[in-house]
Design a protein around this ligand. Structure first.
Ligand SMILES: *Cc1c(COP(=O)(O)O)cnc(C)c1O
Length: 352
């Protein structure tokens, strides 16, 4: 599609295509890495009549309440935190504000699809570096001239994590440009680089409440980093939309961050369900990449990935299939409840 009213720029855009959000009833939805459990019960308590009445007012453009909670939980200052409408928006600020240099940005060839979309949107050069044979990220490959480096830890869609010592070594060896660690899935078993922020002025850590906090529908993400890096992001945010976190989202996010017990309980459950799922799939002759995330990347050895994807759909189970080099024989399966994963395993048994 095209229109004579469009700018040349829009004609050439390639937007991100999110995983399906179908309206089908009774679907087991394991395709977009959402959390199967509800948000903290304190979220509902925070949405009072008073909060609804206050919707007539603009939100606090600084979102001080949420920043205060995050600052406390990470032992950082509020000026080391930038909030956004989902971490996708925070990443957009970072691509525009910190990665726009005259040298290519580096990221893995198999990773989060939004990175190439943002490079297109902000006209940033990039180089995609291949994953190692075992699908891990080899940071030694990134030790070259660059306009910034970004990778998820753990990586998506592989689920493979990197150790903090490796990440720190890389940040130290790459002092001339920003290193962004996208920690969308870090709470399911990897170690956050947030503890390194006070030591490395070139480190930006991006996290989200969408996955481990069950708030994908509320759209809250944040960047943690040196105050100078954060100021760059705030400049973009305040030139674009100072109110990107609405009042209800701020209340929900604050209540969620402060409910540490519920958070730990949910993520431990997901990790336990993941380990069960891995054992079951391995017993069914699947190769399973070692996952530190709330999903597993798996290769069925007795059926093609595409055919299994299609047949699971007929069983009303939706997983993610990427028709891409090196992973065309893999499926990415989000970790749901125990019951959902039991249904998945039963469906696979009947298909095979
Ligand atoms: C899900 C995801 C995000 C974005 O999440 P938001 O919902 O926008 O906070 C960012 N990075 C990766 C790798 C993701 O998988």
């Amino acid at each position: 599609m095209s229109s004579p009213y469009w700018s040349d720029f829009v004609q050439g855009l390639h937007p991100y295509v999110p995983g399906e959000q179908p309206k089908v009833q009774d679907l087991v939805k394991l395709n977009t890495n959402e959390n199967p459990y509800p948000p903290s019960p304190n979220v509902l308590k925070a949405i009072s009549d008073e909060a609804i009445n206050a919707l007539r007012l603009y939100p606090d453009p600084k979102n001080s309440a949420l920043k205060k909670s995050l600052a406390k939980s990470f032992a950082l200052n509020e000026n080391q935190i930038c909030l956004g409408n989902g971490s996708d928006e925070v990443l957009a600020f970072a691509f525009q504000g910190l990665l726009k240099h005259n040298k290519p940005v580096l990221f893995p060839a198999i990773t989060y699809g939004f990175y190439t979309v943002y490079c297109g949107l902000y006209e940033i050069d990039y180089v995609e570096l291949p994953l190692a044979d075992d699908f891990s990220i080899n940071l030694a490959d990134y030790q070259r001239d660059n306009g910034g480096v970004i990778f998820p830890n753990p990586n998506a869609p592989t689920g493979i994590g990197k150790g903090l010592a490796d990440i720190e070594g890389f940040i130290k060896g790459n002092p001339d440009s920003v290193v962004i660690v996208d920690e969308a899935y870090v709470d399911f078993g990897a170690e956050s680089a947030a503890s390194l922020i006070d030591r490395y002025p070139n480190l930006l850590v991006v996290q989200t409440l969408s996955k481990s906090r069950s708030l994908a529908g509320s759209r809250v993400g944040y960047a943690l980093g040196n105050a100078d890096l954060i100021e760059a992001l705030e400049r973009i945010k305040n030139s674009f939309n100072p109110y990107s976190i609405d009042r209800l989202a701020e209340l929900a996010a604050t209540a969620s961050i402060e409910d540490v017990d519920y958070f730990n309980h949910c993520r431990q459950r997901i990790i336990a369900t993941r380990e069960w799922t891995v054992e079951q799939l391995q017993a069914l002759d699947f190769d399973v990449l070692p996952s530190m995330a709330n999903f597993v990347m798996v290769k069925p050895n007795s059926i093609s990935a595409e055919s299994l994807f299609t047949q699971l759909r007929e069983h009303k189970i939706l997983v993610r299939y990427f028709q891409k080099p090196r992973i065309e024989e893999y499926l990415r399966i989000s970790i749901g409840t125990d019951e959902e994963m039991q249904a998945l395993v039963a469906a696979i048994k009947s298909i095979l």
